[in-house]
Design a protein around this ligand. Sequence first.
Ligand code: ZLS
Ligand code: CA
Ligand code: ZN
Length: 390
Amino acid sequence: HNGITRPKGYRVSWHANPAVEPHHFGQSHPMKPWRLTLTKQLVMAYGMHYAMDLYLTRAATFEEMAEFHKEDYLEFLRQVVPADMEAPEQSDRIASYNIGDDCPIFDGLYNYCSLYAGGTIDAARKLVNNQSEIAINWSGGLHHAKKAEASGFCYVNDIVLGILQLLRHHPRVMYIDIDVHHGDGVEQAFWSTDRVLTVSFHKYDKDNFFPGTGALDSTGPAHPLNPGAHHAINVPLNDGIEDADYLQLFKEVVGSCVETYRPGAIVLQCGADSLGCDRLGCFNLNVTGHGSCVEYVKTFGIPLLVVGGGGYTPRNVSRAWAHETSILIDAADKIDPNIPETVAFRNHFGPDYSLFPPLSEMRRIENKNSKAYLASVVAAVKEQLRYMKG
Ligand code: ZLS
Ligand code: CA
Ligand code: ZN
């Protein structure tokens, strides 16, 4: 087992279905479910699967997805086929559900959505039933999907569905999102409740970076008597942020939130497009820096649901999520940074064959986040938390 054993004192469950992996968004589309194959190959080559309970997830049922999504939208996803993209009589519906270049119709779309959603729902239920302390679904994390609309490569919002499961048992759930994009769909779903605190770190540029929401002062419903007031925390960032600054910011913001809000469960979206060298991202994080955020969240010892999300340079996505799996099973110190000879698709990790290539140096984007700016963001969040306490 490469010296990797089960963690002491808690259980980690791994929720996956390999049937997700072969789905294709189409040529040149940045979202590649195949990155999950690569992640699993790394996890298995290191022997990490011996340290977790492995669950083959089932597809979420229509009714389970309808706990958040509108039935006519789910019905559409269930019956639509790629040829409908060309059918004039379908064009109004296709447009109204925001189907297009970002969110195309591909073969097996409904199967794909129900499988990744089933994984997150199963993972949440394991936590709720006390059968796991940390539950992982790397195929989930699709934070942009709305009640009746696809958005930003996301069709069904598995995170919202997972949080709804956790809310059956926990009075308060905290959501943390380190994808480079704003977690708008999750924020919107729980905008008017104080039972979910959403916290997203993201690149923010209203006009030039998707989805254009998530400003610092976008903190919940404006009316102070609405329970959701102050329960959305947004950490808008500029290009090029690096490990040390990001981690310090992350600890200050997340630490204060956990201390004030005292959540019964945490959902962590680990979008890997915040890494350096990402095809769509613009931050300079290394695999180790991204992983340090996961490690910090783990230190609270609160039931934790971990999902994937974005990540458009598959070799680095799989490096990050394999490293983060090792952190969650408390085996990061037993992992050889040289990628094992035995790993399938090893050629993807050349020429360095390292789990930790210097991403921040390979395509350095100028850091436009001054220390003063980051300090002002932390101050604003702390001020917001004072209101939240009521
Ligand atoms: O958070 O920026 C946009 C919207 C557009 C520009 C792109 N065109 C196609 C549509 C209109 C304003 N969309 C973003 C979405 C990013 C979603 C991130 C998801 C997540 O990581 C969670 C999973 C965007 N950025 C880049 C692209 N879309 C994009 C790049 C390249 C292509 C190929 C396929 C399709 C069309 C050509 C496409 C989209
Ligand atoms: Ca984010
Ligand atoms: Zn993203």
